[in-house]
Design a protein. Structure first.
Length: 89
């Protein structure tokens, strides 16, 4: 197998990881920012509140959008396993 095609698979794998990790990170960042502003406004110094709210927000986002997020990773994995005999020659 040529180096260019191997690099193409690695590049697609990295982009699949970015696509998979991006939305949960954005949700956690926005929820954390909102909770931090809310805690600053009402002067609440509870440290477990942001973690719990972020956990709930990211979990619900993954439940709602999970199939859409994991589809590119599944397709890439299926393609790599299908072409595995060709890749290893």
């Amino acid at each position: 197998m040529e180096d260019a095609s191997m690099i193409a698979y690695l590049t697609r794998g990295m982009w699949s990881a970015v696509i998979l990790a991006g939305p949960p990170l954005v949700v956690a960042t926005l929820v954390g920012l909102f909770i931090a502003l809310l805690q600053t406004i009402i002067q609440l110094q509870e440290q477990t509140l942001p973690v719990a709210v972020k956990l709930i927000a990211v979990s619900s986002m993954l439940l709602i959008m999970g199939a859409m997020l994991f589809n590119p990773l599944f397709l890439l994995t299926d393609e790599i396993f299908t072409k595995f005999p060709i890749i290893t020659q």
